[in-house]
Design a protein around this ligand. Structure first.
Ligand code: HEM
Length: 514
């Protein structure tokens, strides 16, 4: 079964991108002055109507390539334009300078807009919200707890042991898959394998237990959990597109909520087990020690309901993002032998002989970090972000926007802008090296978002990717499978490949002497 297709908590961003579903109503015809400078109004911006957009999306085949539509529209309308469906509209922001201006003036409690798709089921069942769905001051309070032990690079290092164990099992799995392949070195459907790795990695941190994704036979409950995640995402779009009154007639809503039920049941059982273990220790006056989940459960600023809601969201946000980024990185490395060799030399220099790369080693590997940064520039796995500015009016690029304006941030187009990144379609990790060359615009590629609402899992994702990639490249040279050819990018709300990636993993004969 392919576990990878079309699933993501980022679905609402796709809606913002196509504007028709965006829920912001804007005050119109507002022009004003600040310090005697006449500001332009939103009405002065180029306008893309629903029909034009739908026609373009369908006739030019952009449905699966909405990220490329950002590039095309920038050529047509410039760096800022509005997408309208009647009185409902969003403003597309399509340059590094303008994104910087917007983010630097973000709300105190930033919002990406309406999350009803995710909150409705929870409201129905009395489950709590997590960092993705919560808003305003409640969100702020939640993030304050979640950030600790996760957001700072120092925090993520404490999970290095756990992640390293998962990497060990992943490497074992690569050996097993190679051995059973017809050529003795081929690993097929890497995105599926990396999905298993990422789910096991994030679960081992969040549940403080292993769930068996990397075993030869995935345990039944874990497979049910994986299927539930897939089911929830698969039925998200039909649920959005069909009116509420059809819910008792059509199967979508029932299947969608059954998916959520499976997710919360699995996560709930593991959380409850941890809670019982903590309680036992408390009852017998033993010290309560543990990692992330233990910290959350024993934190008085977080209710158990919030722990359930948060753990579910952290898992859902942390799997496709990390696994697809690793897939694109390996794909590019297989096509760029020189880049791969430079990376190998760095890893091999820092970790001698049969040593296993550690979090400490990684701090001395600028090229490894540059490789991941470049993969995220070329394939920003979340290609569009959003902000609903609700606390204040806003000025961006000399235009005045009344509060409650919805902005779509076109990260894909910006990170392919040749003025910011010369030769944008070339994989050039050296752009990111701090070796005296001019640095790219700080807002040219911000794959983890920005500010207080930026990605809470960034450091965990980086740790997982660095440790796994360093270990893989130290042990193997990855080469393309000629049967695969050039992979194209599809936008399934996260950027995935249009086909299965297979790679040859050629074992490096003696790394200590090279
Ligand atoms: C390559 C990996 C990843 C990428 C590229 C990525 C990207 C992003 C982006 C762009 C945002 C929106 C930020 C904003 O609005 O400014 C975000 C938010 C979020 N991410 Fe990640 N992410 C990754 C991995 C992870 C992981 C591993 C986790 C879980 C541990 C995670 C959990 C979250 C959560 C919970 C949010 C919502 C935060 C909030 O609204 O307060 N992400 N991520």
């Amino acid at each position: 079964m392919n576990m990878m297709r079309s699933r993501s908590p980022w679905l609402f961003l796709k809606q913002a991108a196509t504007a028709g579903f965006c829920s912001t109503k804007m005050a119109s015809k507002v022009a004003t002055t600040v310090s005697d400078v006449k500001l332009k109004s939103i009405e002065d911006l180029p306008r893309v109507g629903t029909l034009k957009m739908l026609f373009r999306v369908i006739s030019k085949g952009y449905l699966s390539r909405l990220h490329e539509l950002q590039v095309y529209e920038k050529q047509l309308y410039g760096s800022m334009y509005r997408a309208c469906a009647g009185s409902v509209q969003s403003v597309a922001v399509n340059s590094a300078d303008l994104v910087e201006e917007l983010f630097r003036n973000d709300d105190k409690f930033p919002s990406r807009g309406d999350m009803a798709l995710w909150t409705e089921y929870r409201d129905m069942r009395g489950y709590g919200y997590g960092p993705f769905t919560e808003q305003g001051e409640k969100w702020y309070r939640l993030r304050a707890v979640l950030n600790k032990r996760m957001l700072h690079p120092k925090d993520s290092v404490q999970y290095a042991g756990v992640v390293s164990e998962v990497v060990t099992d992943f490497i074992k799995r690569i050996y097993h898959l190679r051995k059973t392949s017809p050529t003795g070195d081929l690993v097929t459907d890497l995105s599926n394998e990396l999905y298993r790795f990422a789910l096991e990695g994030i679960s081992s941190i969040l549940f403080e237990t292993r769930i068996g994704c990397l075993e030869k036979e995935i345990p039944v409950e874990t497979q049910d959990f994986i299927d539930s995640i897939a089911q929830m995402f698969t039925y998200s779009m039909p649920v959005v597109l069909t009116p509420k009154w059809t819910r008792n007639i059509l199967p979508f809503w029932k299947r969608y909520t059954a998916g959520w039920e499976g997710i919360f049941t699995f996560a709930g059982q593991l959380i409850d087990m941890k809670m019982e273990a903590i309680q036992k220790r408390v009852d017998t006056d033993q010290e309560v020690d543990g990692e992330y989940l233990t910290y959350l459960l024993s934190n008085i600023n977080m209710t158990n309901k919030e722990v359930y809601g948060s753990i579910a969201e952290l898992i859902l946000a942390g799997v496709d993002t990390t696994s697809n980024t690793m897939m694109w990185t390996l794909y590019q490395l297989s096509r760029e032998p020189e880049v791969q060799d430079t990376l190998f030399q760095e890893v091999n220099h820092c970790v001698k002989g049969d040593g296993i790369p550690t979090a400490q080693d990684v701090t001395n590997m600028p090229y490894l970090k540059a490789v991941i940064k470049e993969a995220l520039r070329m394939y920003p796995v979340v290609p569009i972000n959003a902000r609903l500015i609700s606390e204040k009016d806003m000025i961006v690029g000399g235009y005045f926007f009344p509060k409650k304006t919805m902005f779509s941030l076109c990260h894909y187009a910006i990170s392919h802008d040749e003025k910011v990144f010369p030769e944008p379609s070339k994989f050039k990790p050296e752009r990111w090296l701090r070796d005296g060359r001019a640095r790219p615009h700080p807002f040219g590629s911000i794959p983890f978002g920005f500010g207080v609402r930026g990605c809470v899992g960034r450091r965990i994702a980086e740790l997982e990717m660095y440790l796994a990639l360093a270990r893989m490249i130290k042990l193997f040279e990855v080469r393309p499978d000629p049967n695969v050819g050039e992979m194209k990018v599809l936008n399934r709300t996260v950027l995935i490949a249009d086909r299965q990636l297979n790679l040859h993993f050629i074992e490096r004969s003696d790394t200590s002497t090279q």
